[in-house]
Design a protein around this ligand. Structure first.
Ligand code: DX5
Ligand code: ZN
Length: 230
């Protein structure tokens, strides 16, 4: 039986999964309440590493009905929106820094009936994303330099999340505010308090103990944050 819904969105990042057990591990995250599956696609150009691409996504699509949250770390993402939509992405997030025409990419994603997300790297001034916030379904704030899992959370992400949250509140923008990189039980509550509604976690879900006990820690943190808010 599946457990009760989580209070915030948990998006386990497959980058930290055991690829020989991918289907099984995805189903475990679903069983314990993770609503999204975060899928990091890297091209070796926008970021130094190469992860995986279409065939992997296509083969895990039938395994689960969780929301496929595809995070594109590739240059000129407009080239591949059709294909990612076709193979089963539910949401496609691209980097503001990766294209000359972010509005066009958002339109392409929406034209395919998918949720559009925009992401910024730690060095990009947050103000640069503001014009796109009314147009997207999700904004992804990177709290590490994109490219690798298992890095340490950059503390100045807190003030960046807060700024975006306060811009969204004052402009009545209701997008998902997702944060990605270096999040675990030590800092997840602070990330939510700063204004996040979706948490990406790779190492903290798939490494160390079992997926079950790892996700239970997130569940507990999500509940405790809410108690404090009241
Ligand atoms: C980094 C990726 C992240 C990464 C997160 O470029 O976008 O999604 O997998 O992994 P952890 O949670 O281990 O920092
Ligand atoms: Zn990611």
């Amino acid at each position: 039986m599946e457990e009760a819904a989580l209070k915030y969105i948990l998006a386990p990042s497959l980058l930290a999964a055991d690829f020989s057990q991918l289907g099984k591990q995805i189903l475990q995250t679903k069983k314990h309440g993770a609503q999204y599956i975060h899928i990091d696609v890297m091209d070796g150009i926008f970021v130094p590493s190469i992860s995986f691409g279409m065939p992997v996504i296509e083969s895990i699509r039938p395994v689960t009905d969780q929301f496929f949250d595809v995070h594109l770390m590739i240059v000129d993402p407009e080239r591949y929106i059709d294909e990612f939509a076709k193979i089963g992405a539910d949401g496609i997030t691209f980097h503001l820094e990766s294209t000359k025409d972010p509005k066009h990419v958002i339109d392409l994603i929406h034209a395919k009936g998918k949720k559009a997300g925009i992401s910024i790297k730690p060095g990009t001034p947050v103000e640069e994303v503001y014009p796109y916030l009314p147009l997207v379904d999700l904004v992804l704030v990177m709290s590490v330099e994109p490219g690798f899992g298992g890095q340490e959370f950059m503390k100045d992400a807190f003030s960046r999340i807060k700024k975006i949250r306060s811009y969204m509140t004052s402009h009545n923008i209701d997008a998902v505010l997702e944060v990605d990189g270096g999040i675990g039980k030590k800092n997840v509550k602070d990330v939510i308090k700063a204004g996040a509604t979706a948490i990406v976690a790779g190492s903290a879900v798939f490494k160390k103990r079992s997926i079950r006990s790892n996700i239970l820690k997130f569940r507990k943190a999500f509940e405790e944050v809410d108690l404090k808010k009241k």
